[in-house]
Design a protein around this ligand. Structure first.
Ligand code: HEC
Ligand code: HEC
Ligand code: HEC
Length: 115
């Protein structure tokens, strides 16, 4: 009798856990995300998530194909760029895309737009 109860509890726990995963995946990203630098002197960046995720696969930037952590162990600020803004998640792709003829922001103020 006790075993049956235990078995049912285990099954319920598994069902709950997988339902949790489904909800996590269903979480939708906003069309635009404001990224606010820790350094107050730099203006916040309006990141067009909708545009970027139409043109690129989710796991170009995220750990998984459904989103989640950004693809760098030390997500902030290095995923974005280190001092000088010569490399990083955003910059690397903008440089390659610019070389391929696309109009990507490269100057500080292109991203850190003062309102
Ligand atoms: C070009 C890079 C890039 C691509 C491609 C991309 N994302 Fe994102 N995504 C980001 C950034 C940057 C953030 C903001 C993270 C932050 O606020 O620190 C974000 C945030 C999110 C969030 C909100 C995170 C939260 O914790 O609230 C979700 C959900 C998400 N993305 C899902 C997706 C999905 C699903 C796809 C594919 C359809 C995708 N993303 C493609 C860069 C990207
Ligand atoms: C995988 C490639 C890729 C990555 C990664 C990427 N971008 Fe872009 N981004 C582009 C391209 C390409 C364009 C130019 C628009 C176009 O041609 O579609 C662009 C345009 C932009 C623009 C100008 C257009 C607009 O949205 O107003 C901003 C700002 C921008 N990116 C910010 C970022 C930030 C911030 C990140 C990092 C969180 C990032 N991008 C990561 C490819 C990328
Ligand atoms: C492709 C867009 C882009 C360009 C170009 C860019 N930045 Fe950034 N920058 C960002 C993003 C995104 C962040 C992170 C915001 C956050 O923390 O959410 C950031 C953060 C910063 C920070 C704060 C670091 C921190 O810990 O938050 C400084 C300082 C900075 N940028 C300076 C610069 C300077 C100087 C330049 C030009 C040489 C530059 N940025 C060019 C997108 C850009």
């Amino acid at each position: 009798m006790k075993r049956t109860v235990l078995a049912i509890l285990i099954v319920m726990a598994v069902v709950c856990a997988s339902a949790g995963t489904l909800f996590a995946q269903a979480k939708k990203a906003p069309a635009t995300i404001t990224l606010t630098p820790k350094v107050k002197a730099m203006a916040p960046i309006t990141f067009n998530h909708a545009m970027h995720s139409t043109e690129n696969k989710c796991d170009t930037c995220h750990a998984t194909a459904t989103g989640g952590a950004l693809k760098t162990a030390d997500a902030k600020p290095n995923a974005f760029h280190a001092a000088g803004a010569k490399a990083g998640l955003c910059i690397d792709c903008h440089v390659t895309s610019a070389a391929a003829g696309k109009k990507t922001p490269s100057k500080c103020a292109d991203c850190h737009k003062k309102a």
